[in-house]
Design a protein around this ligand. Structure first.
Ligand SMILES: Cc1ncc(COP(=O)(O)O)c(C=O)c1O
Length: 404
């Protein structure tokens, strides 16, 4: 049967303590034991169903984790206080001093900064490659390589990773393929395509309300047990634990993700087609002009579309800033980082979310000054939105300058 992530979420039935339709929230940091022996067994990891201390896990976090594992088709999952709180323990769990990571060069700026500036302190080195060129990925593998890291759809350039092909490489060389699927929840199911570990920043589409940060690692039970191990588990020891109240609210938002993703994708496709027809340099995986359009198509769960993220290039940072300010004034969205909100968000990644990447490297990867990243909102009438956006671009002579 075809894998359908939204059906898997739909089929989860959790009852609250008093028959509530939402599961009860575990409002405790610590848990009692009726016998001292059970407490000892729980520390040893041998007492299923017992809770110890909420940094380790809590009922509310388990409910959310199980729902996200069902969405990604992995055995289980571990939620965390932020996306970075999911990414950093995974990499530190998989690698020790002397190990090597191969990462896509177009990834979220914070992940890039972690790999470029932080993990070298522990003698963990990373090679950054163009993940769409499999021969370059293979050539970068060394005897100490442990991890292949990429984003399914990359931030901010919207490069698409060929997860099936990368999984084959990972198998051949016995590497762990770690995929950040933040930009493409439901549309792409990396674990089903062969990824070993799937990560999300829940802050974005999955929560969808821009009212919290959060993260998740979806993986095998064995790996999640390692992350939570009281003696050497990176998630347990680094302590990036999600609060139970927040886990309960993210779970409620997850229940509407399928409807939201369809609308985000519909709206983004509409705007991308119009912008491209206007002569603007537009990048959206749903456009046939996208270099990896076919790869996305082959991987996708079609009904959720190509996602809500697109970029346009308006030629210069000044024009980009003028346009974003004007669009905000016209109530088309917010000049803000992040993504997956119900209103459209726009930012110029070169000077914001990717500013950790040095200018020469930004240029090499095609991250230009005039690039604006749009996280397209849930607008009911996207045609009306487009008409106002176009008027803003005309007022600032952007269409002419981009076509010149
Ligand atoms: C693709 C991607 N992964 C991870 C993160 C980090 O997530 P968080 O901000 O929740 O720590 C971000 C944040 O922008 C992101 O865009």
């Amino acid at each position: 049967m075809k894998f359908n992530p939204a059906n898997n979420i739909q089929d989860l039935q959790y009852f609250g303590e008093f028959g509530g339709v939402n599961p009860s929230i575990s409002d405790s940091s610590t848990y009692t034991f009726l016998s001292a022996k059970t407490m000892f067994d729980t520390f040893e990891g041998n007492a299923d169903g017992c809770y110890l201390y909420s940094r380790h896990t809590s009922p509310s976090n388990l409910y959310l984790g199980e729902a996200l594992a069902a969405m990604e088709g992995t055995e289980t999952a571990n939620v965390s206080a932020s996306g970075m709180g999911a990414i950093t323990p995974v990499l530190l769990q998989l690698c020790k001093s002397g190990d090597h990571i191969i990462s896509s060069r177009t990834i979220y700026g914070g992940t890039y900064a972690f790999l470029k500036n932080f993990t070298p302190r522990f003698n963990i080195e990373t090679s950054f490659v163009d993940i769409t060129k499999l021969e370059l990925v293979e050539a970068a593998i060394t005897p100490t390589t442990k991890v292949l890291y990429c984003e399914a759809v990359s931030n901010p350039l919207l490069e698409v990773a060929n997860i099936t092909a990368l999984a084959e490489l990972a198998n051949k060389y016995n590497l762990q393929l770690v995929v950040d699927n933040t930009f493409s929840p439901l549309s792409i199911s990396p674990a089903k395509l062969g990824a070993d570990i799937v990560i999300h920043s829940l802050t974005k589409f999955i929560n969808g309300a821009s009212d919290t940060v959060g993260g998740v690692v979806c993986a095998s039970q064995a790996f999640i047990d390692q992350l939570r191990n009281v003696n050497d588990g990176a998630s347990m020891l680094l302590g990036s634990t999600m609060d139970s109240l927040r886990a309960a609210s993210v779970l409620k938002n997850l229940r509407t993700l399928h409807i939201r993703m369809k609308q985000h994708s519909y709206n983004a496709m509409y705007l991308a087609k119009m912008f491209e027809a206007d002569g603007l340099k537009t990048v959206y995986p749903g456009l046939t002009s996208h270099p990896s359009h076919e790869i996305f198509k082959n991987m996708m769960n079609a009904e959720y579309g190509f996602g809500g993220m697109l970029t346009i290039d308006v030629g210069s940072i000044d024009k980009a800033n003028d346009l974003m300010e004007l669009m905000q004034q016209k109530n088309l969205g917010y000049l803000a980082v992040s993504l997956g909100f119900y209103k459209t968000l726009f930012s110029a990644p070169g000077t914001s979310t990717s500013s950790e990447i040095p200018e020469e490297e930004q240029a090499a990867m095609g991250l230009t000054d005039g690039l604006i990243r749009f996280s397209v909102g849930l607008d009911n009438d996207i045609q009306r939105t487009y008409t106002i956006m176009r008027a803003c671009m005309e007022e600032l002579n952007i269409l002419e300058s981009a076509m010149a």
